[in-house]
Design a protein around this ligand. Sequence first.
Ligand code: GLN
Length: 478
Amino acid sequence: MAERLEIPQIDSLVSTVEKVKRGEIKIVDLVTQHLKRAHEVNPQINAFITIFDDAIEKAKELDAKVQADEDLTKYKLLGIPFTAKDLYLVENTRTTFASKFMDNFIAPYTATIVQKCLDQGAILIGKTNCDPWGFGGSGENSGYGPTKNPLDFSKTPGGSSSGSAASLLAGVGFFSLGTDTGGSVRLPASFCGIYALKPTYGRNSRYGIGAMGSSFDTPGFFTRNIEDMALVESIIAGKDTNDASTFEVPVDTYSDYINDSDLSNITIGIPKEFYGEGVETSVTDAINIKIEELKQKGVKFKNVSIPSAKYGLAAYYILVPSEISSNRARYDGVRYGQKVSDNYEENLFEARSRYLETEVKRRIMIGTYSLSAGYSDAFYKQASKVRTKLKREFNEAFKEVDALLTPVSPSTAFKLGEKTNDPVQMYLVDIYSVTANLVGAPAVAVPAGKDDENMPIGLQIMGRNFEEGLLMKIAKEI
Ligand code: GLN
């Protein structure tokens, strides 16, 4: 038998907020219970870089508001403990980006999305472990050691938002903020059997989140069910004057979508390029069952083709490292990062050599190479063309269908250490998730069954820009 955690049954966020407001649950008790669980599971799964024990003080303040009979309608997340990937800045607290290079960095301000949750009465109880700045697919690149899958300690929970998914599954908090540049909320959700939303690029603000590849980065998050997803996204989405890539597009009332179970006018596309060789049969079997179930509910299905998807992974692993390498310029030991010498050049060389994790160095090298004078036409420019072509093909497909259904990944959770010596094998895990980021489309990850070792299988639904609501509606029926 695999060594694993018992997974507790936890009430939904939506119903817990109601109980808190009715005074049936004290916020102090709720926060105490979740902090206790965080401390209990962390030695086993290494999901947290920081746990905020002083969250109890915040809980007491909020309990006082409930007692004083204040108007509570403006607090949509009253008393809800949540966690955030350690890429999110939180004023006056340590933010490491999971890299030893930033081990002692204290954030000067708070990320917009975290602030929006706090403004609604939610309580941040921990910063979660992940691959450094999000560079990875298994959590194993973290400068703070790998996170373990709560369902089997010998396996990865998926990455890069490894600690977010693992801690939520383990019973800590009601939602966890992650980031998704090429699959980093969808993959861990799929390996842990929970839900994740990667919103449309520009739907949620990136302000105050450590940058990976800026034209790919989307702040996503994990929940235990779709109702909670609808509530959280309705709070964190929207225009932010601090992030010029966010849009004025009004935020939908996502709960309206999930309360409407009429699926008769929905057509879902099955893009053949996302069911290629290497997909485990347990994954395709599970997805086929879900497709049949949706057909029973009236959904129409259509085979479609996104021909350039086969170049997606290659294009991603040129474009994203390119953006990574230029985004790293600020980590020079003067503006940010470790200082080991007063001489600028010596410091740059020594501090980066000593403290940047191997994968961080690898990404900088790939990116710098792809952008260099002699090679940018052959690499960066070609990959950019693939990206444009993919966008066109997606638009074409979405003339025929309302959403696309695919696996999140060809496999279920793999063993820790299995792919660490072979970066290409590790990158292949992302083959079906990177496309949404290349084109900017929204996507959700939904648990779709178990493999023969009882590990979760995830399916992905991608949609048109800003149609997160429709994706949640389909996910709800699954
Ligand atoms: N695994 C992918 C990568 O390593 C995606 C990471 C992410 O979404 N942050 O680039």
